[in-house]
Design a protein around this ligand. Sequence first.
Ligand SMILES: [Zn+2]
Length: 436
Amino acid sequence: MLLLLSAAAMLHAERVTVRLFSNNRIEAIYVSFDLGVYTLYGDSQLLEPDLGEGMTVEIKPAAGKGVAIAVNGYSYGTFDSAVLRATDTACILCLNPKGVKQRTYEGDLIVTAFDRSNLRVINDVDFETYLAGVVQSEIYGKQSDIFRVQAIISRTWALRNMKKHRADGYNFCDYVHCQAYQNRCVRPDIMLGTMQSSGETIVDKDGNLIDTPFHSNSGGQTANSEDVWRAALPYLRSVKDTFSFRMRQSDWIKVVPREKWLNYFAKTHKLNTQDADVRNTLLSFTQTERQAKILGVQLTRVRTDFGLKSTFFSVTTDPKSGDVILNGHGYGHGVGLSQEGTIRMVGLGIAYDSIIRHYYSGASIHHDENVSQRYVQNFVVEISKIIEEDKANPGKKKSKKDDWLGKLFRVRDRMDREEEYDPDREEKEGDWKVEW
Ligand SMILES: [Zn+2]
């Protein structure tokens, strides 16, 4: 992270590598440039020093091995890798893989080939820039504290899982297997919430980063970790969560043919559905409080097998057809933080740290002392101004540059600091270690 002036083990990272389009087969990718200047290398050989608007780099798996690189139709030949390096912080790439929707990203790009028909596309990017993209992909909402909460849990998750794809040669994929990172952050309110959370992570009472699972909606009560996975973690306790009521994913209904429901328990779980008590339980199971099992069968298993939104459901039957009606609450595994509960709590004016303590029992927020609050405040003030300008001019057609707010602010902040620079003041180590 640019704002971090020195290294503190485990509690922050500066850059990450993320595999993009990890859920797609990429047969070719066309790269154009939205902002700034990029340098193109084939392996370590400099091919183009000055790529910008109007240029397109085409990268395809080569017939033999490696990747074939061409710029505006001119072929440079075949290399093991194609590398695009940003020449400063305000650089945006526009990625158009064949047959996949366009996305934009910041930072560097490294493209290699898995085989003759599939490319591996890696984004080497500033950690906090990655996080802002994750926050944008993972949660919806309008208030910056919603994004602040998501940024803290996503930062904590990322720092705990830096080695998740070590065997593959990168830190994270861009899919839900790790955290969704479907584009660079383009919204100033999301950038604001992410910036406000700079240096914040969630730790247990011993100061260790916690596991931070989250889900869309708890349905009114979160789940104990051991009821969904194996480990009983002290900070992943079931809590009452009325904040998750009356949101998009609060309730659901699913109708299952009666025989299908009973046969499932008879065949898959060897329950004697001829027995009146067993039948009765299966057809009138209720959860006023979350349960882990129905007649000894894990509800997580039932959820998977029937494709249910959650395990938090009760059973009734249709008086006419006899079909089973599942009346469910919430969406997701139910462990840890409810995103819609968070959205509602922020709407009610509840502080971001109280929200985190509500969902992660006994955990607290750690503030990294190496993050300069002064620089954070500079960004916060400037981004807040832009958000106010946007509010004052609703529907105003934005120029292309307005879309690059986050980057522009970094540049502006740099100018501020250069203006303030006092050559007579003794420089502290790290003062200018910031890459701009
Ligand atoms: Zn992954």
